[in-house]
Structures are given as C-alpha cells and as structure tokens.
Design a protein around this ligand. Structure first.
Ligand code: SAM
Length: 270
C-alpha cells in the first residue's frame, strides 16, 4: 500500500504520538505487548514533523508512558471481556487504537468512536465487521449512544484513553452525566492529568492540543458522580519497563501526591 496522506489537526494529531509509541515499543528488547499492526500503520502514515518536539522532548518518558498506558488499558479490557457474557468495549476518542486487534477476539462488539476525520482515516487502514465497528462522531454529540448494541450496561466497558484532559471540566461532567443516564452500571476507564501533568503538557499547547482539565486527584472524579473501582499512578505501573535512569526517580517521587497524582488511570462505574 502506498503512503496515506493525512491532514489531521488539533487534538486529533496526538493519536499519531500514541501510535508511534506503540510501534516503537516493538523495537524494545522486551516489549510490554506485541503490536505488529501499529508498526504497519505507522509505516503507512508519514510522520508529522510538528510532533517531533513533543515526542523527543523526553523521548523515553513519552514513549514509555504511552506504551505502559496502552498495556494497562489492555489488562483492564481483557479482564472485562473474560468476566462478561456479552462484553462490549467502546473506545471513546479511539484514534488509531489497535487494541481490538491485540486483545478483542472474544468481545461481543468493539466500537471505535472518533471525529469524522479520524474515522475516515481508520477506514483506509482497518476493516469494519459486525463485531468491530467505527462510529464517526464527536463524543460530545450524544447521539452516538444510540449506536451501541442492546446489552445490559454491565457488559459495557467505555475506554477514554488520552481523551478527557482535552475537555473543560464542565464538559467532562456533562458527558459523564449523559452516559450515566443511559448506561448506569457500565464501566468507564479514564486517565486524568494532575498539576504535575501541567509541566509535561505545556508542549501540547504548541500543536493546538491544549489540555484543559487538570484534576487534583481521584476524589475530584468521584465527586462528579462516578464510583471508583481502582486507581493507579501511571508512573508506578510496571516498574521494570521504565528506563533504569527513570525507575528510582519515579519510585521516590511518586511517594509524594504531587507526582503520584500527575497522571492517574481510573477504573470506575457509571
Ligand atoms: C491522544 S489521542 C488518543 C487516541 C487513543 N485513545 C490512544 O490512546 O491511542 C486523542 C484522541 O481523541 C480524539 N478526540 C478529540 N476530541 C474528540 C471528540 N470531541 N470526540 C471524539 N474524539 C475526540 C482525537 O481525534 C484523538 O484521536
């Protein structure tokens, strides 16, 4: 296949960073997961040089963070699939996620929701099936909820990976309330940035992808009406996978809430 010309802008450009991080993970001597499709898609999409400033600002930190984040979401999704009769996974702001191809075989349905420009791109790379479908919509246009299969909400896992910090807090609150009114009892996994994240995320503003919501800690999310099942500090996950230069630093720093809350992954129930 010849290279695919993309014209994604703003927040959507960031999906190329996470795709590259997963592709580059395959070059590690002990990759945390296998993702041949990320390598294939990366080769087909010309690298956006404007992203280089972010990707190489803290090269090992950025690549490892995105790879560890992806793997941890895989673990949560695999557990969900194993524990439900009709497991449905809905990736909100899916970007070019290749998770379905890594772990989705036993799902009943797997839906990838993203903005039209991104879904168009996915159609060029990926194939829809009855099991694996693409929804072209803004997550804030709540009609997408009508596209979900008719299963008990407990079967549904929503994944909002790398999405919610791009919205204002009141938009996130509205989305959560709408999802709760339709899918009470479903699971929602999300990642949130804290004040330490502000330091790291400055560079995102320069590519038109400013983070808008910084949460103090998981309590801020439970106050929005979600039931907390579990919470992890990204920097404490899979310590062996982090470059040795960072390992001790992260271990010591994340004893302090400022660093621990800098990047949290939350598993919640609506
Ligand atoms: C950092 S990327 C994350 C992609 C993917 N979840 C991952 O972790 O690889 C953020 C994604 O959110 C999507 N996005 C931004 N605003 C959106 C909106 N209003 N509705 C749906 N998706 C949106 C972008 O297009 C982009 O694909």
């Amino acid at each position: 296949m010849s290279p695919i010309i993309t014209e994604v802008t703003g927040v959507s450009r960031t999906m190329l960073l996470t795709l590259k991080a997963r592709a580059d993970e395959q070059l590690h001597p002990h990759p945390i997961f296998q993702d041949p499709l990320a390598v294939e898609w990366s080769k087909l999409l010309p690298w956006d040089n404007g992203l280089e400033a972010i990707y190489s600002s803290k090269p090992k930190l950025i690549q490892t963070s995105f790879a560890v984040r992806a793997y941890h979401h895989d673990q949560i999704a695999s557990r969900h699939i194993a524990n439900h009769a009709n497991p449905v996974v809905v990736e909100l702001g899916a970007g070019l996620s290749t998770r379905f191809h890594r772990i989705g075989d036993n799902s009943y349905r797997w839906l990838e929701l993203d903005l039209p420009i991104v879904t168009e791109l996915r159609h060029k790379l990926d194939t829809q099936t009855q099991q694996h479908q693409f929804i072209s919509a803004s997550v804030m246009d709540f009609n997408w909820m009508n596209a979900l299969p008719d299963v008990a909400p407990e079967n549904i896992l929503f994944i909002a990976e790398g999405l919610l910090p791009y919205f204002e807090k009141d938009q996130v609150q509205l989305l959560i309330s709408q999802m709760q009114s339709r899918f009470s009892g479903a699971s929602l996994v999300m990642d949130i940035l804290g004040n330490y994240g502000k330091v790291v995320s400055k560079v995102f503003g320069k590519i038109g992808a400013s983070h808008k919501w910084y949460a103090k800690n998981e309590q801020e999310v439970t106050e929005m009406g979600l039931h907390l099942i579990d919470v992890w500090s990204l920097f404490q996950l899979y310590p062996k996978r982090w470059p040795w230069q960072l390992r001790l630093l992260l271990k010591l720093r994340t004893q302090l809430s400022y660093y621990r809350n800098g990047y949290l992954i939350l598993e919640t129930k609506l």
